[in-house]
Ligand binder design. Structure first.
Ligand SMILES: Nc1ncnc2c1ncn2[C@@H]1O[C@H](COP(=O)(O)OP(=O)(O)OP(=O)(O)O)[C@@H](O)[C@H]1O
Length: 226
């Protein structure tokens, strides 16, 4: 299976690109979505968060849902609390993503997208076949974020500053998408990339390696040691 890691800056167009992949039938492992799923009421991660941070971070009038913004504000300004939050949520997120990856692997999926803003920060890019970074000029990034999330310029800038420098991400990526044009332009670029990836031989090479590991090698060892 060819896994494509998709990343970029905040509001630079990652979701727009991953939606084009989805529309082409490519499965998406969405780290943001997984991060939301692992903290729904009833999960063990939810219980741990509640025990650690207290009831004030949960909306008990609406099913006990985690108050993400409130907790986000707390950990943004407190590295110790952020460490605690990551220590609780990250293992659950990694485990869920691994389950989704194994499911796709064993159901014979040829191409899948791993959509995560922290592709490079978390070092996932080292294990991934191809990486895509979507970027746009800082002014556009700020304007799109302010419009979509109803943020002040200051808040938008501090969100960008909290992430790895986009120039560093562009350097590390195999494919770089310039999203300074209009949104249809972006979708066209994504479609061109999908067409190129569809021609890739990498998934077949991976399957060949897996066939050798799980098929031919055990047979060889059985014959040798019997
Ligand atoms: N080329 C473009 N022209 C105008 N608006 C755009 C363009 N590309 C994306 N947008 C808009 O900018 C916003 C952010 O885009 P999108 O959600 O795809 O980014 P993202 O990188 O996934 O964001 P996040 O970092 O929050 O996950 C959306 O409202 C989207 O419609």
């Amino acid at each position: 299976m060819l896994i494509v890691g998709l990343s970029g800056g905040v509001a630079t167009g990652k979701s727009t690109v991953s939606n084009v992949f989805r529309a082409h039938g490519v499965p998406i492992i969405d780290a943001d979505l997984v991060a939301r799923q692992v903290v729904v009421p009833g999960t063990s991660t939810y219980q741990k968060l509640r025990a650690e941070f207290g009831a004030e971070y949960f909306d008990d009038e609406h099913g006990g849902l985690l108050r993400r913004e409130k907790l986000g504000k707390l950990v943004f300004n407190d590295p110790e609390k952020r460490k605690k939050l990551n220590g609780i949520t990250h293992p659950a997120i990694r485990w869920e993503m691994l389950k989704q990856f194994l499911y796709l692997l064993f159901t014979g999926t040829k191409l899948a997208v791993f959509d995560t803003p922290l592709l490079f920060e978390a070092g996932y890019d080292r294990f991934i076949g191809t990486t895509i970074v979507v970027w746009c000029d800082r002014d556009k990034e700020i304007a799109r974020m302010m419009k979509r999330d109803n943020l002040s310029r200051e808040d938008a800038e501090s969100r960008i500053n909290a992430q790895m420098d986009i120039e560093e991400k562009k350097k590390r990526a195999k494919i770089v998408i310039d999203n300074n044009g209009d949104i249809d332009d972006l979708r066209d670029k994504a479609r061109e990339i999908i067409a190129d990836l569809d021609k890739s031989w990498k998934p077949y090479i991976h399957y060949l390696i897996l066939a050798v590991i799980f098929g031919v090698l055990p047979l060889y060892l059985l014959k040798k040691f019997r």
